[in-house]
Design a protein around this ligand. Structure first.
Ligand code: GUN
Length: 289
């Protein structure tokens, strides 16, 4: 047998296409869509994500405002800010960066966001619409995965899709999106028996657990498309630096037909999809008058 190497599904070209389309849609609106980004505390990863979202928003011609609140902000203060941004007709999209400090009830915060401005797609009204097959605003990472697959012309309908991970941010909405696109969907998780037997069935394998190198070559069907949503910070790089690695072991490239790299795979799609959602929210608000 000759060694093969999976086709690399690079995020940046797919993200650039989605960003260009998003910028064109934004230009057709009377005023630039406005995204409000809220974060609490100084978690370096959250600060970096919010900075990236803010920068990209401006690059595609959106307005963006970052509300960087202290770690000690009370839940009532945060809810008051959300109420103010909900009521502000000049704000089209509103995102509260997760995770929140332990003293803030995440569910109460996500439920307080106006579903029409909920560009994360985490409000129960939007979650319900997605599962009912009538998607409104859809969580950015899984929607970004769908856009990436479409960009590279990879089939979804009729495919056996296995998602490893059942989080509210990725695994569950990913399942709904793939089901809506006519895949046959299995969601595996930490209590799944014989995970390898399940994942080997997959034509389309989505790894979204947050455990470095969990998926090894023996768990992948030859020729499968593998999407790696994991972003794990591991130490032990040169000079003790941390580096980013996915949930998929690098040796999977010798078995898979196509594989997303980490970094540079799904990550750029998440931000591009957030901005697409912001334009969608603004378009709908304008249509409603
Ligand atoms: N933290 C990690 N991923 C996300 C996301 O998609 N949205 C928000 N708001 N916070 C996150």
């Amino acid at each position: 047998m000759t060694a093969t190497t999976a086709r690399v599904l690079a995020g940046p070209p797919a993200a650039a296409a989605l960003l260009a389309e998003t910028a064109a849609r934004a230009r057709r609106l009377p005023t630039p869509p406005h995204l409000a980004l809220v974060r609490l505390g100084e978690d370096p990863a959250s600060m970096s994500y919010v900075r990236g979202k803010d920068r990209k928003a401006r690059e595609v011609g959106l307005r963006s405002t970052v509300y960087a609140l202290p770690e000690t902000t009370s839940q009532d203060e945060l809810l008051a800010l959300i109420a103010r941004l909900n009521a502000d007709d000049g704000v089209n999209g509103l995102l509260v960066q997760l995770p929140l400090p332990a003293h803030v009830d995440e569910e109460a915060v996500l439920h307080a966001i106006d579903p029409r401005k909920d560009v994360d797609g985490f409000h129960p009204a939007n979650v319900g619409a997605l599962w009912a097959g009538r998607p409104t605003l859809t969580p950015c990472t899984p929607a970004g995965v769908m856009a990436l697959l479409a960009h590279y012309g990879l089939p979804v309908a009729g495919q056996r899709a296995v998602i490893v991970g059942r989080s509210h941010i990725v695994g569950r909405p990913m399942a709904a999106l793939l089901l809506n696109a006519d895949a046959t969907v299995t969601v595996a998780h930490s209590r799944t028996r014989d995970l390898a037997a399940v994942t080997r069935e997959a034509d389309l394998l989505i790894a979204a657990v947050g455990r470095a190198h969990l998926l090894t070559p023996d768990m992948v069907k030859p020729g499968a498309t593998v999407v790696d949503v994991g972003i794990n910070r591991v130490s032990g790089g040169p000079e003790g630096k941390t580096s980013l690695t996915g949930d998929v072991h690098p040796d999977v490239a010798a078995v898979a037909g196509a594989l997303t790299p980490v970094p540079g795979g799904v990550g750029p799609m998440t931000i591009a999809q957030l901005l697409a959602n912001t334009v969608t929210a603004a378009e709908r608000q304008q249509a409603e008058g």
